[in-house]
Design a protein around this ligand. Structure first.
Ligand code: SF4
Length: 218
């Protein structure tokens, strides 16, 4: 049995016991700070809970906090967050009016020397963390949800989700009146050269513009 599997079987795999009795965004945030629902809390600095207003019409769901987010305790404040901010601005969406969160609330990484390298969370991390995300959706009841990247798509819509097929169009889901998907903003940073980065940035912005138009029409 691998060490990951050993941890999987020897530790809890569900955040449910950590949920507060009375759910508000602030009681959820406080309770999530003490979550031990899966092994990811052990090496991370802190829980990175979602951020935004309860009345947000739009919710963006990413994969997992990154290095900067882990240190600051806030979602989307690192390089990918800066890409997100630029794209939201270009799409005419005020970030203050958007609720941003992740499918998994603790940083998942491996160490390479002094560097902490992002590691895609496993399915059992995503399943364990789902009660937090479900609670956020239940409280905010957004008009639109945008899934950022394949991991968020699979987490919410199932393992058959394919970003290439689903990107930029309305998807069938009970999660919100409008559910759609686009790339994770970190994909812009992973492109091999400036041209590819500009193209990915343009596509990402266009996807968000379409969401803004649908929200304005709705
Ligand atoms: S990743 Fe989610 S389930 Fe796992 S410890 Fe953190 S908050 Fe709890």
């Amino acid at each position: 049995m691998s060490s990951v599997d050993q941890l999987r079987w020897s530790e809890p795999n569900d955040a449910t016991p950590f949920l507060p009795e009375r759910k508000t965004l602030s009681s959820l945030r406080d309770a999530a700070a003490g979550c031990r629902g899966c092994p990811l809390w052990r090496n991370a600095t802190q829980t990175v809970f979602g951020e935004g207003l309860k009345r947000s019409r739009l919710m963006l769901i990413g994969e997992v906090p990154g290095d900067k987010e882990d240190r600051s305790g806030q979602p989307f404040v690192g390089p990918a967050g800066r890409e997100l901010d630029k794209a939201l601005e270009a799409a005419g969406i005020d970030r203050e009016e958007v609720y941003v969160t992740n499918a998994v609330k603790h940083f998942s990484f491996t160490e390479r020397g002094k560097r902490r390298i992002h590691q895609t969370p496993k399915r059992f991390h995503i399943d364990a963390c789902r009660p937090w995300l479900d609670s956020e959706i239940e409280l905010i009841r957004p008009e639109a949800i945008v899934l950022l990247g394949a991991t968020a798509g699979k987490a919410l819509l199932g393992s058959k989700f394919k970003l290439g097929e689903s990107r930029g169009r309305p998807l069938e889901s009970d999660l919100a009146p409008l559910v759609t998907a686009t790339a994770h903003p970190s994909s812009i940073l992973r492109q091999r050269d400036d041209d590819a980065r500009h193209a990915e940035r343009r596509m990402f912005t266009e996807d968000l513009k379409r969401v803004a138009q649908m929200l304005a029409a709705g």
